[in-house]
Design a protein around this ligand. Structure first.
Ligand SMILES: [Zn+2]
Length: 197
């Protein structure tokens, strides 16, 4: 691999935060956890404009949104995302920067963390307790996020059989917290579960 091209080291891309519309501005590394300070990348310039009256908002202040991200090296990675709040000078409406690329509204996990949790449970057969430990969140938080994502991916995605060329069936005794995944039909090329029964 001596001929491989290297890019400059970059925490944002290493932690796959660029795909979530975030940029890392600081890091705090501790033996058992990593905390990354992040800002929202303004992908949508319309974010600054009031949706009620169309006037430009002025920055009022900012709040910090805490999100559990996927762990790296089994060390839980938590994001402290600074989110700007705007106020419309005309109608006084207040709103926040859009962070929907990073996480669902009110969610405690990033979209990448939810995906990691689901794959850890289904593909790696980790327990919810171990998933929660990896994310440094409560058991209920991990469980709720995994079940919601499982429903969305496995049941809500009607196109889940698109492109499937080889499938396998993995039937196994499951833990009580994972009854949703009693039997898995997997796309062996993409290593994704396409159905459960
Ligand atoms: Zn307004």
């Amino acid at each position: 691999m001596l001929d491989a091209t290297f890019a400059c080291p970059d925490v944002t891309t290493f932690c796959r935060l660029d795909g979530l519309g975030l940029v890392v501005t600081g890091q705090r590394l501790e033996p058992d956890r990593a905390i990354l300070a992040c800002q929202v990348v303004d992908a949508d310039p319309g974010d600054r404009w009031c949706r009620r009256c169309g006037c430009e908002g002025v920055v009022r202040d900012s709040v910090v949104r805490r999100l559990a991200h996927e762990p790296f090296g089994w060390r839980p990675t938590t994001l402290m995302v600074t989110v700007r709040r705007y106020r419309c000078a005309t109608c006084r409406r207040v709103w926040r920067q859009d962070t929907s690329a990073a996480a669902e509204p009110k969610a405690k996990l990033t979209r990448a963390a939810v995906r990691w949790a689901l794959e850890a449970l289904v593909l790696q057969h980790l327990t919810i307790a171990r998933v929660a430990e990896g994310l440094a969140v409560a058991w209920d938080t991990a469980n709720d996020a995994v079940l919601a994502e499982g429903r969305r991916v496995l049941i809500g995605d009607l196109a889940r059989f698109d492109g499937v060329s080889t499938i396998g069936v993995d039937e196994h005794v499951v833990r009580h917290e994972a009854l949703l995944f009693r039997m898995e039909v997997r796309d062996l090329h993409r290593l994704v579960v396409v159905a459960t029964g």
